[in-house]
Design a protein. Structure first.
Length: 731
């Protein structure tokens, strides 16, 4: 019923049988341009009719009111909308778009929105779709030499000429919508060719097409005799509706009899995602495949950059060509049901990736052997640290490590109940992930009900490089991979680093979008110091995860100087300091080390309201940032509740009796005369506690910090801030 109205009677030939050599995939020019014709067909209002054909008391909805608004259907039922669709005529398929779609798409009532035709134009450029003329050539049609070759409508010719220098510049979707319609069809020659090609391949490349020996002869007759009106009447409370819901008052057109009946009926059935359709390629035509490139690609740089640099902006084309100031009902008499049915088809058959895949996926879980290995996804730009070169082999010059998984120690997740996944990752050491009921989803969006495992992996062999300066004590992988936690899941790991109770920690996970580690939560070392527990956020996908102390936030000292802070640096590269806040009174620092003429010297009683002038002038730090031993409070908000519109609760502050966040190490040189080649003071610092050693991050290869030297002989006094929040008092 649908295609004869859209393409004209006889456009689709009788079915002759399944052909495994036909590629049924969705074409990029079909998905990205030709089958977006429905955007031009939309009306400004949504009619609602009762069974007598009368409008409901509240009248029609405006399209703007209907965006993301299912409540009216819940209140009215679906029937008034089905009856309204079958009665209302759609707009002509042409180079015009109603205001609701051209200026107010998805905007809230009373506000602005998006421009759908601009998005369509830019989408085509982003996908590298060919121009209108090149697409005509690709589909066996002659290119347009003048704008009159596209349309006989002089007004449209002038509008196109006002923005495009020649027909060669015209974007595919613009020229396709502006084309003169073919006799008996609702579209012009190019979109007719693209849409016809797609539906023929979709039918003839489908091994499970209903006429390919899938049903007995009587069943085939019943299917062919069933119209969309029949389906509506059988499944809703609609009492009467037009026989042909696509063209009011017309007799519905059924498919031409073809193919063969089943005898006996087949035992095999279609898969939900279309896999196993083609006997030679099990994935061909299945959901999630890349678009079929049955056309010339036209990227701006010939590889991946959007096209259109020599064309007007999408919005200027929208304003000049597509502005619609009056209703133009289609001459064919097609109803809104035709547009909506086309949208249903488009959303059903056109599920494809969002672009070219830049991820190398290694399915270790498919390896047949005594061990089980993880699925690993590596972003190609991170593997190569450069662009991918087209037309040549791009060799990955480093190994990719797949650790053996401890699946046997995993836990079966019950999607109907909360699940605590607890697994021993080393003798006497356990990791835990708390999964709320119904929050763990498979790659296809369904609820996960399999075994979730936690396995420790070498920290130097993670798929993504560890962030600079971080060296976690424990890294785990949670498998199967690519699972999604719709509610962030708390992760608990052993405190192998010996961090003191209530030490704040950051939770890191590999971001599936960027392929790099990113912070996803905050935690604290437990009261007994045995584990690190999540208190905010959590893991969002099954991947690689670890805990680490918070990073030091670095700032450019020149910015601090402009704000009135201590200068220093003197133009030396990389002189950066952490941004600090507050300082307890009576800071006392003992001398801790000596390197020849460079000595770590005491800085006595440097309180926040006292400033050592030489220090202020020569140090890369601001004097008010100095801090020393003292108290550090951890606010722990407890469960809150809402009362009289106000969120109320209790906040517990725990006095950790730990060191203050930052200590200042004094660095000085007495009465030094410097040769011209000696252009800077260099120092580095290290915190040691038992077997644990931590270098204060710096800019040099060995974490050096730099200060400039004065031109004349003088005493140098500098300060080096050391993050102490993870250390006990006295270190």
């Amino acid at each position: 019923e649908f295609l004869p109205v859209l393409l004209g009677e006889g456009a689709i030939p009788q079915y002759a049988g399944y052909d495994p050599s036909i590629d049924p995939r969705i074409s990029g020019v079909f998905s990205g341009a030709a089958f977006r014709i429905g955007h031009s067909m939309a009306n400004e209002d949504v009619p609602r009719l009762d069974n007598a054909g009368q409008s409901l008391a509240d009248g029609p909805l405006t399209l703007r009111e209907a965006f993301f608004n299912p409540e009216p259907i819940g209140a009215d039922g679906i029937e008034p909308y089905l009856l309204g669709m079958a009665d209302q005529q759609v707009q002509e398929i042409d180079a015009q778009l109603i205001d609701a779609l051209r200026n107010f798409l998805f905007g809230p009532p009373g506000a602005g929105g998006l421009d759908l035709i601009s998005m369509n134009i830019q989408r085509g450029r982003d996908l590298g779709l060919p121009s209108y003329n090149q697409t005509r050539i690709d589909f066996g049609l002659a290119p347009a030499a003048t704008f009159a070759d596209i349309t006989s409508d002089v007004d449209v010719q002038n509008q196109l000429a006002s923005v495009y220098a020649s027909p060669a510049q015209v974007d595919l979707i613009v020229g396709g919508l502006a084309e003169e319609h073919m006799a008996g069809a609702m579209v012009g020659p190019l979109f007719h060719a693209i849409i016809r090609d797609q539906f023929l391949r979709t039918r003839d490349g489908d091994r499970f097409w209903f006429e390919n020996g899938q049903f007995a002869a009587d069943d085939l007759d019943a299917i062919r005799a069933t119209t969309l009106a029949d389906v509506i009447l059988r499944n809703t409370d609609v009492a009467t509706i037009a026989d042909d819901v696509f063209i009011a008052g017309a007799a519905p057109l059924g498919p031409l009899a073809g193919g063969s009946a089943a005898d006996p009926p087949p035992t095999e059935s279609r898969s939900i995602d279309g896999r196993d359709n083609n006997p030679n390629d099990v994935a061909l035509g299945s959901a999630g495949q890349n678009l079929l490139l049955n056309y010339t690609l036209e990227y701006g740089d010939g590889i991946s950059e959007p096209a259109g640099a020599n064309r007007p902006s999408a919005r200027s084309i929208s304003n000049a060509v597509f502005a619609q100031d009056a209703s133009t009902p289609n001459a064919r008499g097609a109803t809104t049901m035709l547009m909506i049915w086309g949208q249903l088809l488009a959303h059903d058959i056109a599920l494809t990736p969002g672009g070219a895949d830049n991820t190398l996926k290694i399915h270790g879980e498919s390896f047949a052997g005594p061990e089980t290995y993880p699925f690993v996804a590596e972003k190609l730009p991170l593997l190569y640290d450069r662009d991918i070169y087209p037309g040549v082999d791009n060799v990955i010059d480093r190994p990719i490590f797949l650790p053996a998984l401890d699946v046997a120690g995993g836990t079966i997740v019950d999607p109907m109940n909360d699940t605590m996944v607890t697994q021993e990752i080393a003798p006497g050491e356990f990791a835990e992930v708390y999964v709320e009921a119904g929050t763990l989803q498979n790659r296809d969006g369904t609820m996960f009900d399999g075994t979730l495992s936690i396995t420790e992996v070498p920290r130097n062999l993670t798929p993504a490089a560890l962030p600079a300066g971080l060296s976690p004590d424990t890294v785990v992988t949670i498998q199967p991979a690519e699972m999604v936690f719709s509610t962030p899941a708390p992760l608990t790991l052993p405190n192998r680093g010996g961090w003191s109770p209530f030490t704040e920690m950051d939770l890191w996970s590999i971001d599936p979008v960027t392929g790099e580690f990113a912070k996803v939560g905050t935690g604290f070392v437990s009261f007994d110091g045995s584990v690190i527990e999540t208190v905010d956020g959590g893991i969002r996908n099954s991947s690689w995860h670890f805990w680490s102390p918070p990073e030091i936030e670095w700032i450019d000292p020149t910015t601090e100087k402009e704000r009135g802070g201590g200068g220093g640096g003197g133009g030396l590269p990389g002189c950066q300091v952490p941004r600090l806040s507050g300082m307890p009174e009576d800071t006392h620092m003992p001398a801790v080390a000596s390197f020849g003429d460079l000595a770590m010297q005491p800085q006595s009683s440097l309180a926040s309201d006292k400033t050592d002038e030489s220090h202020a002038k020569k140090s890369c730090t601001r004097p008010e940032a100095l801090a020393g031993p003292g108290k550090l409070l951890f606010p722990l908000p407890l469960s809150a509740y809402r009362s009289k519109g106000v969120i109320r609760g209790v906040s517990l502050e725990y006095d950790s009796l730990r060191a203050a966040p930052t200590a200042m190490l004094g660095i000085g040189v007495e009465n030094a005369a410097f040769a011209p080649s000696e252009d800077g003071l260099v120092a580095s610092a290290k915190i040691s506690r038992g077997s644990y050693s931590f270098a204060v991050p710096g800019d040099g290869p060995d974490n050096q910090h730099y200060w400039s030297l004065p031109a004349a002989e003088s005493t140098i006094s500098a300060g080096l801030p050391v993050e102490m929040s993870t250390q006990p008092t006295g270190v």
